[in-house]
Write a protein that binds this ligand. Structure first.
Ligand code: ATP
Length: 380
């Protein structure tokens, strides 16, 4: 397997008629990196992947692999492997032949084909004795997914592209396959581009996450950097900052801002938005937070807020508590607590200033909507 040194995507643009699916996409990927393209449906993730694979021509821009342009080279000559969302297995071929098929047209001794088939099935933990002679219809969804990956890996591509490979699997299988994909990447060191709309999948697998919006790159960074420092409300929303609170800037205070809620509560907050340096007192912005960082057991030196408990949901290691803000009942925030709490009780909660992030108001709808269906707590 020939390892790549660098993949450069330069101004990659793809239009369908007048509609631009991909606009000026620039990214440099070092060999061995696991990159995820993350974004909602229709933001251009698959278009980007198909352009790299050679299944779609570019309208403008260039794809440079190890210093050589490859965007004019046909797909089958690029040495790129792609795993599709729907697996695209051959239904009339058994597992072994699904994997060997792509190798049979190559000038390759039979023994080498057999070695690669065994190696690839082994890598995805599909036992050749048990499953080798089964047809795709005789495999579970997870096994079909493993086969799709084995079939691509057997070709020893220099770049692996995965288009939402886990989206047809249930949660348990997704988690298992996620670990398998991570292990495989660690073992092979294969440069990988992975398309997903699942934030946790992108975060757990990737060295680099590319958040896309309407055909463009919105933010690129390590999972940690994007999680801690989203550069827009759109990215914050994708990273699970689902609580929104309209506030007004009071003043800047070193690295922090003092802001006031509509009910007159003063809070300290931070901004990871590049344009925040220009904010003036009186400016209206939005303060966002992740529910798991807005805590019902506030520590000293955190922002304090008060509200009334509206709904409670046990989510495993904590309780998610929907709180109506004191003085502004229509503002609801999701808070985490370690203990159950009765409905309609007053509740104090807080958040550290560096986890309350300020952004300009924009028209991005919240990605994670506040739940409307809750189980009844047991003590009711
Ligand atoms: P999903 O997660 O739903 O697969 P995506 O982020 O992969 O979405 P793309 O499939 O890349 O999005 O599509 C990006 C945009 O390009 C969409 O608006 C889509 O409707 C449009 N598009 C994609 N393929 C075509 C096509 N063949 N003809 C016309 N428009 C297309």
């Amino acid at each position: 397997m020939e390892k790549i040194k660098k993949l450069e995507l330069q101004g990659m643009t793809r239009a369908f008629g007048t509609a631009k699916a991909l606009v000026d996409f620039n990214l440099e990927i070092a060999g061995g990196t696991f990159v995820s393209l993350l974004g909602p449906s229709g933001c251009g993730k698959s278009t980007a992947l198909n352009c790299i694979a050679g299944l779609l021509d570019l309208t403008a821009g260039a794809i440079i692999l190890n210093g050589q342009p490859i965007h004019h080279i046909p797909a089958e000559k690029r040495g790129i492997g792609m795993v599709f969302q729907n697996y695209a297995l051959f239904p009339h071929l058994n597992v072994i032949r699904n994997v060997s098929y792509g190798l049979e047209n190559r000038p390759m001794p039979r023994a080498e084909i057999e070695r690669r088939v065994r190696w690839a099935l082994d890598l995805v933990h599909l036992d050749i004795e048990e499953f080798g002679h089964r047809f795709p219809a005789q495999l579970s969804g997870g096994q079909q997914q493993r086969l799709a990956i084995a079939r691509t890996i057997a070709l020893e591509p220099n770049l692996l592209l995965l288009d939402e490979p886990l989206s047809n699997l249930d949660t348990k299988l997704r988690n298992e396959m996620r670990i398998e994909i991570k292990n495989m990447h660690r073992q092979l060191g294969l440069t990988t581009i992975y398309v997903t709309h699942d934030q946790s999948e992108a975060m757990s697998l990737s060295d680099v996450v590319v958040v896309m919006r309407a055909g463009r790159i919105e933010q690129v960074g390590t999972p940690q950097a994007i999680y801690d420092c989203p550069n827009s409300l759109y990215v914050a929303d994708f990273m699970g900052y689902s609580n929104r609170l309209p506030v007004q800037i009071v003043e800047r205070d070193g690295d922090e801002w003092r802001v006031q809620t509509e009910t007159g509560v003063t809070l300290r907050a931070t901004s990871t938005y590049a344009g925040s340096a220009n904010w003036q007192p009186g400016e209206r912005v939005v303060a966002v937070s992740r529910p798991d960082e807005l805590l019902a057991e506030p520590l000293p030196d955190t922002n304090q807020m008060r509200g009334t408990v509206h709904l409670v949901d046990f989510v495993g290691k904590a309780y998610e508590i929907l709180v109506r803000l004191e003085g502004k009942e229509e503002t609801q925030l999701l808070v985490w607590g370690q203990h159950p709490i009765e409905l309609e009780r007053p509740l104090s909660f807080g958040i550290r200033p560096n986890r309350l992030l300020l952004f300009p108001m924009d028209d991005t709808p919240p990605a994670v909507r506040v739940k409307t269906r809750y189980r009844e707590p047991a003590w009711q």
